[in-house]
Design a protein around this ligand. Sequence first.
Ligand code: COA
Ligand code: AMP
Length: 655
Amino acid sequence: MPVTTPALQMDSVSHGGPAASGSRYYEEFERSRTDPEGFWGAAAEAIDWFEKPHKVFDPDAGVYGRWFVGGVCNTCYNAIDRHVLNGRANQAAVIYDSPVTGTKRTITYSELLQEVRTLAAILRDFGVGKGDRVIVYMPMVPEALIAMYACARIGAIHSVVFGGFAAKELATRIDDAQPKVILTASCGIEPGRIVPYKPLLDAAIAFSQSKPSACLVLQRPQLAAELTAGRDHDWAVLRAQALKSGRAADCVQLLATDPLYILYTSGTTGKPKGVVRDNGGHMVALKWTMKNLYGVDPGEVYWAASDVGWVVGHSYIVYAPLLHGCTTILYEGKPVGTPDAGAFWRVVAEHKASVLFTAPTAFRAIKKEDPEAKLLKDYDVSHMRTLFLAGERADPDTVMWAERILDRPVIDHWWQTETAWAIAGNPVGLGMLPIKPGSPTVPMPGYDVHIVDEGCHELPANTMGSIVVKLPLPPACLPTLWQQDDRFQESYLTEFPGYYKTADAGFKDEDGYVYIMGRTDDIINVAGHRLSTGGMEEVLASHPDVAECAVIGIKDTLKGEVPCGFAVLKAGVSKKPSDIEQEIVKLVRDKIGPVAAFKIAICVNRLPKTRSGKILRGTMKKIADHETWAMPATIDDPAALDEIDLALKEHGIGS
Ligand code: COA
Ligand code: AMP
């Protein structure tokens, strides 16, 4: 049932950008709707094509149509080679800033080209060519970006796996992508702890059916990894040899519709979804966003404080800034603790970043440590024009705090791994619209966003429903899931025929501003990281003493949400419940990884259910979140909810 939202705080705040009426947004959006081919055809002029596309959009190709069909291009060429040829050879392409290792390094466009050509040649020596998959399991070091571009250069499809995932998760991705080669490092560095990657990689390869023919290991000085004879190779040794013998690979010609990468993201089961990204549409859309959405010019410094393992890292650390001729910052550190809550201000000031893009949770962490932003006074952040937030709901408190301390616009924008760029945002380059706290503003050109009920009927303004996007999706959005057209159809296109299901719920107000209120599936958002509670339940259920389980996301002041697991033990289990709780926590960490931030497991005698046997996760969440809740009419035994309330209280959670 649609729910009409309560009265919302709708004070519009203008930030000195052009007034709404002066923005070109409305005409550009309308043009993208009425003449999508004209709109995206014009945007495609900013890309160098070996051969221009025959068609801007072909509705008969792919699952729902394909962009730039027949176009021949190369992403690496557009992001690196052409800038070297066009006068940016000595401009910084990448600034690596790593407080966790005490290292800083600037790589110019011509140096980057040299590194990428060399690694591409090394990959080719291992038989990697067009269409082959390469997994990149690396920390935030420049070699991760170099690896991605080396793949793009020779048409190999990279699949980056976030370093905070455990061996099992890596194994699932290895089995799905079947990589010829895996690129990794000896370790990652978390504050106060070195994370050895090689044991995780070895365990993942042991678990997986598909075996890579070679692994390249970047040995970091903090921890050397032991190499497996016959399979593992020392990255630096191969690099030195290739440089000495002058080996370098040129850009291969790829179709716009050829895949650039696969990025796995949480689905509603333990099996992640392999989101496919193409070359042509991805370049066109990302390049368009740099000026029109972010208001950035070539030559400026752009900083996305994320990780290359996430979509934000792919799009706005690795690809978009370089496609636009900017300098990108690759930051190996945290917003707090490396060394303090002034870390972001230092990086912005030192490298003169024009834009900072991060997740709200990072700002919540800074606010918690330094509520008066005293550390900000030590730095000159005057180059930074705008702060962009995404990855999770930007709570108005945090947005307003950031606006107050920075005295510049804070722009929330909403997107998904599937889309690669913002579905809704405030287009600074087209002329900023008034900001409404709690809203990521308006749909971006190409996204025809609707709010619908279960029967796919349009809902009126300020009425909550499912958020869907009319097909076709704009360039850069996923054309399908890796080798799973059927799962793509079923997960995204079937429930609302003719539309892409975002699986987010929310509403639009009378001005067309979008509000994202939560997910309609089992996905939770932990510190901006997307995780499936269904996947965690599979792990809990694998514990030998667990008969039944449920995992919910509960509110957390820092991370937005954290998972909380409930387990009903098998009859006759004699172990202490508190021991089993600890084992469950360890199991999730071992199987999914520390990134799941799974720290709360609670053993209960039974789970609250409806008479038809459905677990009442929604009501359990309300109890844990101190929200008012009503007894579901269909509940089997109301006392089961009281038991959950009590169990939560015993663990220091709930009302
Ligand atoms: N490799 C190995 N472990 C990792 C990791 C990596 N790349 N990234 C995170 N982890 C570990 C952390 O060390 C932590 O382990 P712990 O349980 O032993 O403490 C765990 O995974 C959870 O990490 P995280 O969620 O990052 O929490 P945190 O407490 O370390 O830091 C924040 C909290 C808010 C500072 C941090 O989450 C942050 O900077 N978030 C920004 C969000 C972001 O970049 N989102 C991407 C989308 S824009
Ligand atoms: P990911 O695929 O990891 O980028 O996560 C995508 C999901 O994060 C979306 O479907 C939303 O649920 C949530 N999300 C991302 N950005 C925002 C935002 N600005 N506001 C609210 N939710 C967001």
